[in-house]
Design a protein around this ligand. Structure first.
Ligand code: GLA
Length: 737
């Protein structure tokens, strides 16, 4: 089951039919249910890009050139008449710096879910080919493009540009929306119009890639982005490593968008007969605004790009914010008892459980030595797993397999395993001693696989792994790669990581794995095929999470976004928020808890138990439904609001959160979206703490009324005076009658 989900996107070559056709002077039309992309693949000519947008007829496609569509290269190569950016640049074995790529042949590959068009470009002189691929899903409005470069020259070809794809956009009032941020402040939205010159978004961390910039963007073709209107292209580079996105706006009629691995410091020396395969660039188009693009990404992610995208996620308690490194058997058992008692389904023991010679009591030591610390856990993991089982919940564990501390038995034995430039000292990160293991080295890959393999063999009951990654690449160099391949480090690192993850998934297809990287350092589609979800931030402050989850929802579905109720005041922002608000925010994603529950009052536990029970009844709507963002926190109106509906629009969940707290503030009334205008919905409040039901509790309204007018939300909670707070939030279920 798992295999068919995950590997259907990664390894698409099973059960294919191939059609060969050397198309001469004929357009290639790449189709998804609602979109078309058209290319001109005339033999012996450069490949031209003609169109990407709403689905068009064959007749329209054939007339594109007469409609004034200019000639733009679909995969511009460096060498001739190219003063601007190139998608690909290479130095041939004889030192020649130019590429002249023309169409050689075209073929299509079909399988159950998709059709791939491959256009082979060949150099007019050198034995070098570039296969440009476009994979179109039959059931999703998503096209994945990537290239495969190989040669038969006598010697090595040096690649200095290798974009996964290029999309020209007609010049105009085009806006680019990107996510940016910082540790603890990830996933912030930035939208601005494209102006002349280059717009570059890139990452050079080496190991993680989404704290500060993201490899996903939206390009709104009709001016300032609108939530439910306007033509928008969404692009996600499916790569976990260094990336570079460029929009080049020159004096011509097109903004040209390029996306690929960041080639800076990563020139690739391609040997004769070797094939360089670029990561997939996922493209989607919608004329329903950025909301339409988000929904396309979410559906595609659940169906093709996420581990177990169709499986409900368990409600969990993670130990990190509750006890940090201070792992003790008794407390772990107490936390398990508490979460089980509140109706949770999984307990995840975070950092601090391992290390014997170098016990992991803080961030300074132990990484690499994945041996249970019996002083902390006298009955080992077996004891904890048994305790979890007795309480009827599953057990999960934190590991950070790609990392090592200088203070570890592994480092004592294998100092050559770390990423480090030769003739330079080690550079330490977290805890003043953390380094990255060199995954370009197959021996290290094997070791990293063994970390998971040993755990899972000894404790097959482990249900969930939190796979952390808390260091960036701090020294550019490999002690394994030869001198002429040092620039391959980051590319080889990710190939190595992929091999490890493939081994893990082949052997352990069912385990749930979360990708975490100092919070939100690994929120990208390059990582997700092997992972079920991501941890978006070490910041669990509910108000900031409204913004953070808003940004992440542009590209990632709720099922993949861990979202935890934590203690108050918050550890990162020191802000105090009522439990109801914290719960109402966490409930809008994959719900969990991140605190020491023995610090909760009996009343808080009762409230949380009820919230968990209610979440279970709406989990399918949030985790599998369609998201409609109603009012953005970024608009500064004092309120943020979203709604999830089932695809059939017969059941929906509405979230409303105050984002500011002023006395007698005038609040806007939020109109709903995504409902069926002709259906009637009964309104029921979830997570209610008010003394009296809301006036509209149990009442029925038409989808049309709710979408035209919305419902008036009281600004605060109707609770005893001593429990009053400046905050307010609501969760409503709307069930079609
Ligand atoms: C990172 C993660 C946290 C936690 C710690 C453990 O910071 O983002 O959630 O797991 O590591 O050291």
């Amino acid at each position: 089951m798992f295999k068919s989900l995950i590997f259907r996107s990664v390894f698409l070559l099973a059960s294919v039919t191939i059609t060969n056709s050397a198309i001469e002077g004929k357009n290639i039309k790449i189709e998804t249910p609602k979109t078309s992309m058209v290319l001109d693949a005339t033999k012996e000519k450069p490949l031209k890009f003609l169109y990407y947008g709403t689905k068009i007829t064959d007749n329209d496609a054939n007339n594109l050139k007469t409609a004034g569509t200019p000639n733009v290269d679909a995969y511009p190569a460096y060498g001739f008449n190219l003063r601007r950016e190139a998608a690909v640049a290479a130095k041939h074995a004889d030192g020649n710096m130019t590429l002249e790529l023309v169409v050689d042949s075209v073929w299509t590959t079909n399988n159950e879910q998709s059709q791939t068009h491959t256009i082979r470009l060949k150099d007019t002189f050198y034995p070098l080919t570039v296969d440009v691929n476009y994979l179109a899903y039959h059931n999703e409005d998503m096209i994945e493009t990537w290239t495969e470069i190989s040669h038969d020259e006598d010697g090595t070809v040096e690649l200095s540009e290798f974009a996964s794809g290029c999309i020209p956009l007609r010049y105009g009032n085009v806006w680019l929306t990107q996510l940016h941020g910082a540790w603890g402040n990830e996933g912030r939205i930035d939208s601005s119009p494209l102006t002349h010159g280059l717009r570059v978004i890139k990452n050079n961390d080496g190991i993680r890639n989404s704290h500060f910039a993201h490899s996903e963007v939206m390009l709104s073709l009709d001016g300032k982005p609108q939530e439910n209107d306007g033509r928008v292209i969404g692009a996600a580079l499916c790569y976990g490593g260094n990336f570079k996105l460029v929009v080049d706006t020159d004096e011509k009629d097109y903004h040209k968008f390029y996306a690929g691995i960041n080639p800076e410091n990563s020139h690739y020396h391609l040997e004769k007969g070797e094939t360089f395969i670029t990561p997939h660039l996922a493209l989607t188009y919608s004329n329903e605004g950025i909301g339409g693009v988000s929904r396309n990404f979410h559906r595609w992610a659940r169906n093709h790009r996420l581990a177990h995208g169709d499986k409900p996620r368990k409600i969990l308690l993670n130990s990190w914010e509750g006890v940090h490194f201070d792992i003790k058997e008794k407390e772990m058992e107490q936390m398990m008892a508490d979460i089980a008692d509140m109706g949770g389904e999984l307990f995840v023991m975070d950092d601090g459980w391992f290390g014997v010679k170098y016990p992991r009591n803080d961030g300074t030591q132990g990484l690499g030595d994945w041996i249970v610390n019996k002083q902390k856990l006298p009955h080992g993991l077996k004891g904890l797993i048994k305790a979890a089982k007795n309480k009827g919940i599953s057990f999960g564990i934190w590991i950070e397999p790609e990392m090592i501390n200088a203070n570890s038995e592994l480092y004592d034995q294998h100092p050559e395993y770390v990423v480090k430039a030769n003739n330079r000292k080690e550079v330490y990160g977290r805890g003043g001693s953390q380094m990255v293991l060199d995954l370009s080295n197959p021996e290290v890959q094997q070791r990293v696989f063994q970390i998971v393999d040993t755990l899972m063999t000894q404790y097959p009951e482990i249900d969930y792994i939190k796979w952390d990654c808390n260091n960036m690449g701090m020294s550019h160099g490999s002690q394994y790669l030869p001198a002429d391949k040092q620039s391959h480090l980051y590319i080889e690192y990710f190939k190595g990581l992929e091999s490890v993850l493939n081994l893990i998934r082949e052997k352990y297809p069912d385990v749930t794995i979360q990708a975490c990287a100092s919070g939100g350092g690994r929120v990208n589609y390059g990582i997700l095929p092997w992972f079920d979800e991501v941890w978006t931030s070490d910041n669990t402050d509910a108000l900031q999470r409204v913004y953070l989850q808003w940004g992440n929802s542009y590209f990632f579905p709720a099922i993949a976004l861990g979202s935890h109720i934590s203690a108050t005041p918050n550890l990162q922002t020191y802000r105090s928020m009522p439990l109801k608000y914290r719960t109402d925010v966490a409930m809008s994603g994959r719900l969990g808890l991140e605190m020491q529950p023995n610090e909760m009052t009996a009343e808080e536990k009762k409230q949380t138990r009820k919230a968990i029970e209610e979440y279970k009844s709406i989990r399918h709507i949030i985790q599998q439904g369609d998201l409609y963002r109603l009012m953005s926190p970024y608009d500064g109106l004092g309120v943020a609001s979203i709604l999830y509906t089932t695809p059939e629009k017969d059941d929906a969940v509405y979230f409303w959160w105050k984002t500011e707290a002023f006395r007698n503030q005038q609040m806007p009334r939020v109109k709903m979206a995504g409902l069926d205008p002709d259906k009637n919905y009964r309104v029921m409040e979830l997570n209610r703490i008010d003394k009296k039901p809301l006036k509209f509790e149990g009442k029925v309204f038409s989808g049309r009324y709710l979408m035209d007018n919305g419902l008036e939300m009281p600004v605060g909670y109707d609770v005893d005076t001593d429990k009053r707070t400046e905050w307010g939030s609501r969760v409503l279920r709307l069930t079609a009658q």
